[in-house]
Design a binder for this molecule. Structure first.
Ligand SMILES: Nc1ncnc2c1ncn2[C@@H]1O[C@H](COP(=O)(O)OP(=O)(O)O)[C@@H](O)[C@H]1O
Ligand SMILES: N[C@@H](CC(=O)OP(=O)(O)O)C(=O)O
Length: 453
């Protein structure tokens, strides 16, 4: 049995849905089909999820949102008309959205999540109607009925482990199951979403739940490339990579697969195959437990913007018991998470996602660190990018860091910080955001472009 997930780009039009149907029917093992909301039809189009977020926000602030409402309904209507479905399904979707918009707004984050989730929920209903219209034995499945329960964290919920046992029962249901991605239900009955792009997570949870043989994730590229194809033209395709490598790369910017979507599949030992809806015969990329290490030290290079660093130095920091705990407690008091903590004898740097802190909070944190910890120096740096160079082969190769550092130096990029992950499958470079593209291109050249003599 296989779980197949289709991303928003695979579901943006009737023409795309025809491809989806063909793919599903071409393999009888494809039992559960996880779907996103309709994505972009062309590069500057707007995803239905983004339209829904704006719609929810207008309803919260009392702005007129009639046009936005119509735009959302038109997106589904366009698809239904292309596929010659009856108006009934559009009436169902319209009514559902109207009711959701009338719901209680006293807890805005929950209101927004319910509207956001309707993008996938209504798309799953539409796709089930389309499959049925084509004479296929298919049914929409509601995540609550299936037992997909999540933690009480609006916008970044996590699956509750008890869900897996319930989800196993989906194996017994007849026909093809069309399951909306991106959200689950709290024990209190609220609809909460995973973080953005979280339909990948739903697919992985279901693959674990039904103990699938394979989790297929269909998107709009032939493979996971060794570098973001928007940064380097025609980069090398990756045929196989390990869960650890994929986790590091997707965390660090490979948006093709959600980093939180690896764990459920990994725990159940289910391979993941990332494939192209527009070219399903291409083998795609397989994510597995172990792979032949035949590609040299590095398998991929990822990068992401929007970080800041807080540098703290204090003479004899290494001797001071409890310094680290007190420092991290300050972050905790402000509800902040950190990404990395490179350290020296007398100094430590905290790397955080910049979007979490406004300038007032930043001032307070800096002064509290200086005052409470009696630090000699505290300074902050903004607009940093992190570049992650990843590969299982790095453990067996001497000199990879030197090669990377030289490539960056040769292209005139200053390294603000280096952190070698203790897992030894990755090394991280902190650089200025303005240097990101140049730095990634230089590293790609160093590790992937053969030298001709
Ligand atoms: N290393 C990479 N390999 C392949 N695609 C990547 C990589 N890094 C970023 N991407 C981007 O991820 C996109 C696919 O992800 P996404 O837009 O979320 O698809 P979907 O709509 O299927 O969920 C690709 O079109 C590509 O632009
Ligand atoms: N529609 C949601 C969830 C998702 O996974 O979408 P996509 O498959 O288009 O990345 C979002 O945009 O965040």
């Amino acid at each position: 049995m296989k779980v197949v997930k289709f991303g928003g780009s695979s579901l943006s039009s009737g023409e795309q849905l025809e491809k989806v149907l063909k793919i599903v029917l071409s393999d009888s093992a494809r039992k559960i089909v996880v779907v996103s909301a309709p994505g972009k039809r062309y590069s500057d189009d707007i995803k239905v999820t983004d339209l829904l977020i704006s719609l929810a926000q207008c309803h919260l602030t009392g702005e007129n949102a009639d046009e936005l409402f119509q735009t959302v309904v038109e997106r589904y209507k366009g698809i239904a008309e292309e596929l010659q479905l009856s108006d009934q399904i559009i009436e169902t979707i319209k009514e559902d959205l109207e009711n959701l918009l009338k719901a209680d707004k006293s807890r805005p984050d929950r209101f927004i999540d319910a509207i956001k989730a309707s993008g996938e929920d209504n798309n799953a209903k539409l796709i089930a109607a389309y499959f049925q219209h084509q004479g296929v034995d298919a049914q929409y499945v509601n995540p609550k009925d299936a037992g997909l329960f999540v933690s009480d964290e609006p916008g970044h919920a996590q699956v509750l482990p008890e869900s897996y046992e319930q989800l196993y029962k989906l194996r017994e249901r007849d026909g093809i199951l069309i399951f909306p991605g991106f959200f689950g239900y709290t024990k209190g009955g609220d609809v909460l979403t995973f973080s953005r792009s979280g339909s990948d997570i739903t697919g992985s949870i279901l693959a674990n739940g039904i103990k699938a043989d394979l989790y297929e994730n269909f998107t709009d590229v032939d493979a996971v490339y060794s570098v973001n194809p928007n940064i380097v033209e025609n980069p090398r395709e990756i045929k196989e990579l390990t869960y650890r490598e994929m986790r590091e790369l997707s965390y660090a910017g490979f948006s093709v697969f959600h980093d939180e979507a690896l764990i459920p599949a990994f725990r159940a030992g289910i391979p993941v195959n990332i494939k192209n809806t527009n070219n399903p015969s291409a083998p795609g990329t397989r994510v597995v437990n172990e792979r032949e290490n035949s590609n040299g030290p590095v398998i991929g290079i990822a990068s992401d913007k929007g970080f800041c660093s807080i540098y703290i130095s204090k003479y004899l920091m290494n001797r001071e018991i409890g310094f680290g705990r007190k420092l991290l407690e300050i972050l905790e008091d402000y509800g902040l998470s950190y990404e990395h903590i490179p350290s020296g004898i007398d100094d430590v740097t905290l790397i955080l996602r910049q979007g979490q802190i406004d300038s007032e909070t930043e001032k307070q944190i800096l002064s509290q660190i200086k005052h409470d910890l009696n630090a000699d120096e505290v300074r902050v740096e903004h607009n940093l990018s992190l570049i992650m160079v990843v590969g299982e082969g790095m453990r067996h190769n001497v000199g990879t860091t030197a090669r990377a550092a030289k490539a960056l130096a040769d292209t005139g990029v200053n390294i603000e910080m280096i952190n070698q992950g203790s897992s030894e499958v990755s090394m991280m470079f902190g650089i200025k955001e303005v240097d990101e593209t140049r730095a990634v291109q230089a590293l790609y050249h160093e590790f992937f472009v053969p030298v001709t003599v």
